[in-house]
Write a protein that binds this ligand. Structure first.
Ligand SMILES: Nc1nc2c(c(=O)[nH]1)N[C@H]1C(S)=C(S)[C@@H](COP(=O)(O)O)O[C@H]1N2
Ligand SMILES: [Mo]
Length: 527
């Protein structure tokens, strides 16, 4: 009987611990909202986890949770904190102040994580420190009340047993004191924590600044040929709308950068370091470019590829101002959040290649999650070695001296995009009716251009599909081929040939270390 009762007090101590943890997070979110967004312990620890988890775990997370991977991560960190805090509550009941010490150590870890983020200032310590203090005080008070209740209940242990009814009348006030304080602080933590996050989401002032931003019209426009786009239902549009454009990055909180304070520095192996602001960048003159971006994590047939019309300034014009030294061979581009990419210097200074610092995407300032206010876009190189978003620094260096974010994590330092082709419609798993069916999709070979797309049905001969008129060699083209489909199941194979006459690689390769390869083969069902 006494054991049953002590189990109950242990459970209540765990509850008190969880409530204390919730209040740490709530106070921290509130302080982060006021002094430094992104500095809350949840996000700081989450960002730290992203940087240290092994690559296979990251790939598993992306494959399993897709676009929700970051929410799942934040929820796991919060859950871990609550479970650890429950243990701290029990510890505090058993031997004060051990539980408070555990909670303080947790808050200190959150503080350390926040202070070690790229771009953090000493202010970033405040959310975890103030949250930690609030949580420790609350835990001590809650457990003190719980202990009083327990002692009062023990005061008269009747042989009848420890159920509520028989509990000593002296225990009632201390029980009420504990329960009231626990419930009130839990409710307050939920209101303050959820409220702070919601407020943070709706009052992101950078949204408003972006809306109000006027970017000069480009001096030149991309000419889109009349027959550049086929009208086939289910086929990817030639230009991917911003809201459908894939997003890949390591940022838990999308960086908020005011163009008014944005600076780009060009340093490293240069004769003349450069430091310019947003207006100066635009004064260099904007031109329009159509470039298809591709992620190294795109599997054969996958969707991590998109085509947009960007305006920007060629990187080579900026590098010319800095005058890179002759023995440099790499530019390490850096984002405000510390992410880096290694791009071969010759790809950036090549007059034939339109490597740009982009400021608009499909006619509007870059969306925040696509790198506002300035990002890099380089035709022909996978995004992770070229397309740095929230750009702030270009360091001219050498591949044998510096490495980028993904290099020690199992990806190549250099990574040209592999030519690929994809069937968009019909989709595998969606049966079609027998009769004429339009097979259609896209193909890309950035910087070289697509010469031909070929389709093979049921391992029959490869036949050339019709191509849409290409915008340029840096964008994907659409292809289509009418097919007399007979009922049954059929294999559709797709492959491309580029304008150098190279055939798309047949051999299957995984995404690591430098991008997938292989011809897509799709099993279609015809009714
Ligand atoms: N700052 C920053 N820039 C980044 C990344 C990142 O993690 N952080 N990811 C890169 C990768 S892997 C790709 S494929 C492209 C994706 O750009 P998008 O999200 O605009 O489609 O951004 C690149 N730029
Ligand atoms: Mo990527």
């Amino acid at each position: 009987m006494a054991r049953q009762r002590s189990v109950r007090f242990i459970a209540l101590a765990a509850l008190a611990g969880a409530v204390a943890a919730a209040s740490v997070l709530a106070v921290a979110e509130l302080v982060a909202l006021i002094v430094a967004r992104g500095a809350g312990p949840l996000e700081a620890v989450g960002a730290f986890v992203i940087d240290i988890v092994p690559q296979p775990v990251k790939e598993f997370a992306i494959a399993t949770f897709g676009e929700y991977d970051k929410i799942v991560l934040l929820a796991s960190v919060a859950l871990g904190a609550v479970v650890a805090a429950a243990a701290a509550g029990i510890l505090q009941l058993w031997r004060a102040p051990a539980g408070v010490v555990v909670l303080a150590v947790g808050a200190a870890a959150g503080t350390a994580a926040a202070l070690t983020r790229a771009g953090s200032t000493p202010l970033w310590a405040l959310p975890s420190v103030l949250g930690g203090i609030a949580g420790c005080v609350l835990l001590a008070l809650l457990i003190r009340r719980l202990r009083r209740w327990r002692d009062a209940a023990r005061g008269r242990t009747s042989p009848a047993g420890p159920d509520e009814a028989s509990e000593s009348p002296q225990a009632a006030p201390s029980r009420r004191a504990f329960l009231t304080m626990t419930l009130v602080s839990a409710a307050a933590a939920i209101v303050v924590g959820a409220g702070s996050r919601a407020l943070s989401a709706v009052t992101n002032s950078i949204d408003a600044i972006r809306e109000a931003l006027r970017i000069p019209a480009p001096r030149s426009r991309v000419q889109i040929p009349a027959d550049a786009e086929f009208d086939v239902p289910g086929l990817s549009p030639l230009i991917t709308p911003n809201e459908d454009f894939y997003r890949v990055d390591t940022a838990l909180t999308v960086p908020s950068i005011d163009p008014a304070t944005w600076r780009l520095t060009i340093d490293g192996m240069v004769d003349q370091p450069v430091d310019i602001g947003f207006d100066q960048l635009m004064e260099m003159g904007l031109d329009e470019y159509a470039i298809t971006l591709t992620c190294v994590s795109n599997e054969v047939g996958g969707g991590l590829v998109g085509n947009a019309v960007w305006t920007g300034v060629p990187v080579r014009e900026l590098l010319k101002l800095a005058a890179p030294s002759a023995d440099a061979d790499m530019v390490l581009s850096r984002s405000v959040d510390g992410y880096t990419a290694s791009t071969p210097l010759d790809a950036l200074v090549d007059p034939e290649r339109d490597a740009i610092l982009a400021v608009t995407m499909n006619g509007e300032p870059l969306p925040l999650e696509h790198g506002f206010p300035v990002r890099m876009v380089v035709p022909g190189l996978y995004g992770y070695v070229s397309a740095t978003k929230w750009l702030t620094q270009l360091t001219v260096t050498r591949f044998d001296r510096d490495e980028a974010y993904w290099t020690p994590r199992g990806y190549s330092a250099r990574a040209p995009i592999k030519m690929s082709s994809r069937l968009d419609t019909p989709r595998a798993g969606t049966p079609v009716d027998a009769g004429e069916v339009m097979l259609a999709g896209v193909a890309w070979a950035q910087t070289v251009g697509i010469e031909r797309v070929e389709v093979s049905i049921d391992n029959g001969p490869w036949e050339a599909a019709e191509l849409s008129a290409p915008i340029n060699d840096d964008t994907w083209v659409q292809w289509r081929m009418p097919w007399q489909a007979e009922s049954g199941t059929h294999y559709i194979g797709v492959r491309a040939v580029n304008r150098d006459g190279d055939l798309q690689i047949e051999e299957r390769a995984p995404i690591a270390p430098d991008g997938s390869s292989g011809w897509q083969r799709v099993l279609l069902t015809v009714r």
